[in-house]
Design a protein around this ligand. Structure first.
Ligand SMILES: Cc1ncc(COP(=O)(O)O)c(C=O)c1O
Length: 397
């Protein structure tokens, strides 16, 4: 066996299952799961219809680089979404992937040079795939603490020179899971300059980019920031996007990676061997999904409605505020976060995710401690009812 497999931590939801094992919540209270970030809004019918229409394509091997139509629609979407002065090259700068998770993992395997004491940076708290990808690529994960004091953003000034010199890749998560914080253009530009100076890749996980609060202020992206500082070829920059949150079709397994031509070329070669071409009917469904905005606007409206209702109920019992983006509430807990989550489940049958399951202790600080992530994925009524129960639970402490 690959000994690095033993370095992988159990997934946050396995830890949660262990934490809650054996507890019998009150039978009269219906269960509400606000722990898993799994959208529950009904997927748009036109996406499902497109799958059905294209099922006859099962008799063909799909190309790893995807259909011309899909890559063109993605390039066009990127240009529209980020008001780019030029369209990314659909031939050389776009690759469809089977959801961002597999691509975020695979990119480390495809790019890391194991012979140079590689280090991969990532925010802390973080999406655990980044850490697993680093470990299995033979790199050392380097955690960038994000705390209330840093506005839940990484502080690049605090990173020592020696770490930058070993850095081969950095994962960004913007908008961030679990905090919903968005990285601004200026910080993105600073990071691109650091990547130039120290020669590392920026892998920006932008899978929550389409779930934002203010319709007039969509979160900025890495490609946009690159162009703004004259890096028009997206050198060292890759963005990862998904239909999972945008269109509530996480079962479809569809996303894309875009950016630096050379990196995309090498990644395509890696993926050809890996054997992860997207099924033809998924490509067809993805093409229509990236081409439609009205269902996404409706999706955002529904999350906005839930945030407003839930924050109204939880304020001032908990310190909550509506995040700039994502569908998570990230809130401080009175006392230990695992105890909070366990007792909330035991007394109210509501599941939330302890923040410490999403973070590591680094420089004597575990930024997830004393926080929980509440995913507003259930329907409005369920979320509202759950918020009242959380409020009652906290009041009773
Ligand atoms: C930060 C982050 N990145 C990536 C993913 C993976 O999403 P998908 O593979 O469905 O695109 C998730 C899923 O929850 C996530 O929270």
């Amino acid at each position: 066996m690959n000994p690095d497999i033993n370095k992988l931590q159990s997934y946050p939801f396995e830890k949660l299952a262990t934490l809650l094992h054996g507890i019998l919540p009150p039978a009269g209270l219906p269960a509400v799961n606000l722990a898993i970030g799994e959208p529950k809004h009904t997927p748009p019918a036109f996406i499902a219809e497109e799958i059905i229409t294209h099922l006859h394509g099962l008799g063909h091997y799909p190309a790893t680089r995807g259909s011309d139509a899909l890559r063109l629609v993605i390039a066009d979407w990127l240009q529209r979404r980020y008001t780019l002065p030029l369209m990314p090259d659909p031939e050389q700068q776009i690759l469809p992937v089977n959801g961002t998770r597999e691509a975020l993992f695979a990119i480390a395997q495809a790019t890391v040079d194991r012979n140079k004491q590689p280090l991969i940076m990532m925010p802390n708290p973080f999406y655990q795939i980044y850490e697993g990808a680093a470990l299995l690529a033979g790199a050392e994960p380097y955690y960038l603490n994000t705390t209330a004091a840093t506005g839940w953003l990484p502080d690049f000034d605090a990173v020592p020179e020696a770490a930058w010199q070993r850095c081969q890749m950095i994962y960004l998560c913007t908008p961030a899971n679990p905090t919903g914080v968005v990285m601004g253009d200026a910080q993105l530009a600073t990071l691109i300059q650091l990547a130039e100076r120290y020669d590392f890749i920026i892998a920006a996980d932008e899978c929550y980019a389409e779930i934002y609060l203010d319709e007039q202020e969509p979160p900025p992206g890495l490609l946009q920031a690159a162009i703004a500082i004259g890096n028009t070829s997206f050198r060292r920059c890759l963005v990862f996007h998904s239909l999972s949150k945008r269109s509530s079709v996480h079962g479809l397994r569809s996303g894309f990676v875009a950016g630096d031509t050379q990196l995309i070329k090498n990644f395509l070669q890696y993926r050809t061997y890996h054997g992860c071409a997207m099924a033809p009917y998924v490509q067809a469904a993805s093409t229509v999904a990236w081409n439609d905005e009205s269902h996404v606007r409706d999706n955002r409206r529904r999350y906005r409605e839930k945030f407003a209702a839930v924050c109204d109920i939880l304020t001032p019992t908990l310190d909550v505020s509506i995040p700039a983006a994502s569908f998570y509430l990230w809130t401080a807990t009175p006392g230990d976060d695992t105890l909070f989550a366990r007792e909330l489940y035991a007394r109210q049958n509501i599941t939330v995710l302890p923040g410490s399951y999403l973070s590591r202790t680094c420089q004597d600080c575990n930024p997830g401690h004393h926080h929980v992530r509440i995913a507003l994925v259930a329907g409005l009524d369920e979320c509202t009812r759950a918020a009242k129960q959380i409020r009652d639970y906290v009041t009773s402490l």
